[in-house]
Ligand binder design. Structure first.
Ligand SMILES: Cc1cc2nc3c(=O)[nH]c(=O)nc-3n(C[C@H](O)[C@H](O)[C@H](O)COP(=O)(O)O)c2cc1C
Length: 206
């Protein structure tokens, strides 16, 4: 009866990363009919901006100061997103590589939920430690190019290693990634890539 959050970061109809995540989730639900999936589309979600009052609220909270009314309102919106994030048992993230990194609303979501005392902590004797533990995340990363480890382009993939590290920083130890693509080519090659993507995502769910 696990609650799964699908963080979806492609705004595109016919998205390759969404295709992979949807195939994975459909296969997972077929095996685990009691589980539920909620999709958080970072493009349409009402994500708070990390603006001045929000930033001041973060620093005030860290130094034990009382929030002003503006800071309290701003911080409330942040905590609401974090509580929503933490209320799930498992996570799926699907995103396209954009300019070697992740699309900016996905970065915004990470900046909203990455807060001390909420998703990570720090102690003098052990440094940083994650506060969201015992939960898995499966990442579907689509790109036009091939950035897999061992390729010449791997060094400029600032998307997948970034996202994997963010979840590890939050305390996740079960972090799996499936690369989707390369997503450019002749129509026949793309059809074959899509069929292979769906098959691989289904196998991952098994
Ligand atoms: C603004 C933008 C930037 C992109 N930057 C890259 C890039 O740096 N490297 C790459 O391989 N593909 C890049 N692409 C291509 C996408 O990653 C590729 O089309 C991917 O399949 C899109 O995934 P989606 O179908 O899930 O949206 C870019 C596409 C867009 C629209």
């Amino acid at each position: 009866m696990a609650k799964i959050l699908h963080i979806q970061a492609s705004p595109r109809e016919g998205s390759y990363s969404s295709l992979a995540a949807d195939a994975y989730l459909a296969a997972h639900l077929a095996k685990n009919p009691g589980d539920t999936v909620e999709t958080l589309d970072v493009w349409t979600a009402d994500l708070p901006h990390f603006d001045g009052p929000t930033l001041e609220a973060r620093y005030a909270a860290a130094s034990g100061q009382t929030h002003t009314p503006a800071q309290a309102k701003a911080w409330g919106a942040i905590v609401k997103q974090i509580e929503h994030f933490k209320s799930f048992d498992a996570y799926v993230v699907s995103f396209p590589m954009w300019n070697f990194s992740v699309p900016y609303p996905l970065k915004q979501y990470v900046d909203v939920i990455a807060q001390p005392g909420q998703t990570f902590g720090w102690a003098a004797d052990k440094g940083f430690f994650g506060l969201v533990t015992g939960k898995p995340v499966t990442i579907f990363a689509a790109s036009a190019g091939n950035y897999a480890p061992g390729t010449g382009a791997a060094a400029v993939d600032f998307a997948t290693p970034y996202l994997e590290w963010v979840f590890k920083f939050f305390g996740f130890t079960d972090v799996r990634t499936m690369r989707v693509g390369p997503t450019v080519g002749a129509p026949d090659a793309l059809d074959a890539m899509k069929a292979a993507t769906v098959k691989q995502a289904q196998e991952l769910a098994a």
